[in-house]
Design a protein around this ligand. Structure first.
Ligand code: FAD
Ligand code: DLZ
Ligand code: SF4
Length: 518
């Protein structure tokens, strides 16, 4: 339908939909339709996103709009500092509708529940019909995941992942998993040494568009977390693909082996550092998996690395998205342990004596990036052990990482990291004492706390917090078969030792509550 004066369709492309084959462009016509892209204050501040995240997305949006124009599309691009910018999706769509009088607004479904809810009111607001299309950039659709989940007593990623391997044929040989096993994690997860060759992610110098955006973000979001310089992210599809190629060449072969390692001063190790590009739509998940499989088949990477990497994208990424849409909106309020302590201030500054935390948070402030084990076993582990309100933890992760959108961040935080969903997503809480961090990193060697001390003055806080967490949450966790061993250890422990752990944890939490430096 075309109005007498206006365009046929107004196609809204959101900041994480920077994909030429996005479903909202399906059947679109360069002469009849107009594309709308908007930088809006509301999206940058509903949680106060890291400056680098905002700069990355605005720059990637501007580059994408430029490519669309070069490809013949009519694009209305609203910059954050345009005088008429009203600051929200809904008001910008209403303003564009008044200007272009479209017969219909077309949008690909957003990745966050909040925005999807908002869209349901746009038709009444603008008087223009809204068509919301499925986001086809995932390997399994929401309906496909629902069908997989239906009737299952328990949802587990490993089962889902095997179905995805069968569905896509990735790493399959004659209907069997390549090499005979579905999962090679037993060969993975070794600590790293400082004298290893350290691959680095590909880096780009900011062009004029990026420099303009950096200045804008520095001025408009000065009070947000993070440093903008040096800014080296890829902001176009071409450069994001080159970044992935660099990973394939330099790091994939050792990805599995050092997947869980942490080293002081080494922010990226053998990780691919492409999640921000992938989640914004600059890369395609299936394409990445196929390239990794090809690297293995051509002998450029061992199977444990290729399988481990493919599992992250084909397994975890698709699985957490499925859980998000299956369980929202209630999922966001999950709090199985009733945790209520506010998030410590050092999560925003990195100012803590705990070396593992200051490293993970420090690099988060600098890069809007930390790798999975830093998120799960350092910042997440501490928050869970210390009984931090999972909603505050969720808002922190959503704000500080360049790759964070609620569909992927929330299940990772609330489910995997904080076990706030009571075990829907993961089979056990990811908690550990300082021992694990000591095994997987070199942080303890330079930490003022002593990882070998259990409850004495100067003992690593993770040690007492670990036991106090298990004791405090016995009601929820007692029957968990994967925690049988630690509970047996706790129950065998001499009462005075148990009491020492209780007192040590209580004293530490008391200092935390009084905002003393810990
Ligand atoms: P690599 O280690 O190289 O892994 C390759 C890719 O696999 C990643 O780019 C990512 O796309 C995918 N992947 C790996 N693990 C996961 C996972 N658990 N869930 C979904 N995808 C995964 N990932 C996000 O993309 N956005 C988030 O907001 C996010 N929040 C997280 C919060 C917590 C508390 C935890 C524990 C994990 C979170 N993750 C999130 C998952 C994971 O930490 C990041 O995907 C990863 O660190 C990104 O770095 P990379 O590109 O170097 O990944
Ligand atoms: C994260 C983000 C930010 C910071 N800013 C914008 C923006 O100005 N315009 C836009 O279209 N998208 C932005 N985004 C991404 C959106 O928050 C994201 O598209 C929705 O949350 C749906 O996933
Ligand atoms: Fe972290 Fe404890 Fe090791 Fe310090 S001693 S780095 S607090 S695990």
């Amino acid at each position: 339908m075309t109005t007498k004066t206006g365009c046929r369709h107004l196609i809204l492309i959101l900041g994480d939909q920077l994909t030429p084959s996005i479903s909202s462009l399906r059947g679109a016509d360069r002469d009849l339709d107009r594309i709308l892209m908007v930088e809006v204050r509301e999206e940058a501040t509903y949680v106060r996103h890291h400056k680098k995240k905002i700069a990355f997305l605005f720059s990637a949006m501007r580059h994408f709009a430029q490519e669309l124009r070069e490809d013949g599309w009519q694009v209305d691009y609203v910059k954050l500092d345009d005088d008429a910018n009203t600051g929200s999706f809904r008001a910008e769509v209403a303003r564009a509708c008044a200007k272009t009088e479209p017969g219909m607004v077309v949008v690909t479904e957003p990745g966050e529940w909040r925005v999807r809810e908002d869209i349901t009111s746009w038709q009444a607001l603008t008087g223009v019909p809204i068509e919301t299309r499925e986001d086809t950039r995932f390997i399994v659709s929401q309906a496909g995941f629902r069908a997989w989940a239906a009737g299952r007593k328990q949802l587990r990623m490993e089962h889902f992942y095997r179905e995805m391997r069968l569905k896509t044929g990735l790493l399959m040989d004659g209907g069997k998993p390549a090499g005979g096993k579905w999962n090679y994690d037993a060969d993975n997860r070794k600590p790293a040494r400082g004298d290893l060759f350290m691959p680095q992610p590909a880096r780009w110098s900011p062009d004029e568009i990026t420099r303009e955006v950096i200045e804008l973000v520095e001025t408009r979001f000065a009070d947000h977390i993070g440093t903008l310089e040096p800014f080296w992210f890829a902001v176009t599809r071409r450069d994001a693909e080159a970044a992935f190629d660099r990973f394939l060449e330099d790091a994939l072969a050792d990805f599995g082996t050092y997947q869980d390692a942490m080293l002081t001063g080494e922010k990226f190790l053998y990780h691919s550092v492409i999640s921000a590009y992938l989640n914004a739509g600059l890369l395609d998940p299936l394409d990445l998996c196929r390239k990794v499989e090809a690297a293995w088949r051509e002998g450029r990477a061992p199977l444990n690395a290729a399988e481990g990497y493919i599992r992250q994208i084909l397994g975890w990424r698709e699985y957490v998205r499925g859980i998000y849409w299956l369980k929202m909106p209630d999922y966001a309020a999950s709090n199985a342990f009733g945790a209520s302590r506010p998030l410590p201030g050092f999560y925003w500054t990195g100012e803590t004596d705990m070396r593992c935390l200051s490293e993970a948070i420090g690099q988060t402030i600098a890069e809007a990036y930390a790798h999975h084990i830093q998120r799960l076993m350092v910042t997440g582990n501490f928050a869970l052990l210390a009984g931090i309100d999972p909603h505050e933890v969720h808002e922190w992760y959503l704000a500080v990482y360049a790759d964070a959108y609620e569909w992927v961040e929330l299940p990772n935080t609330v489910g995997m990291s904080q076990f706030a969903d009571g075990g829907l997503l993961a089979s056990k809480p990811y908690v550990s004492s300082g021992n694990y961090i000591n095994k997987m990193s070199d942080h303890c060697a330079t930490c003022p706390y002593d990882v070998r001390l259990k409850t004495e003055k100067g003992a690593c806080p993770f040690n007492a917090l670990y036991w106090s967490f298990l004791e405090r949450n016995q009601g929820v966790l007692k029957g968990n078969p994967r925690l049988g061993q630690p509970y047996a250890t706790w129950n065998r422990m001499a009462p005075d030792k148990q009491q020492a752990y209780r007192e040590s944890a209580a004293a530490f939490l008391d200092r935390l509550d009084r905002s003393e430096r810990v």
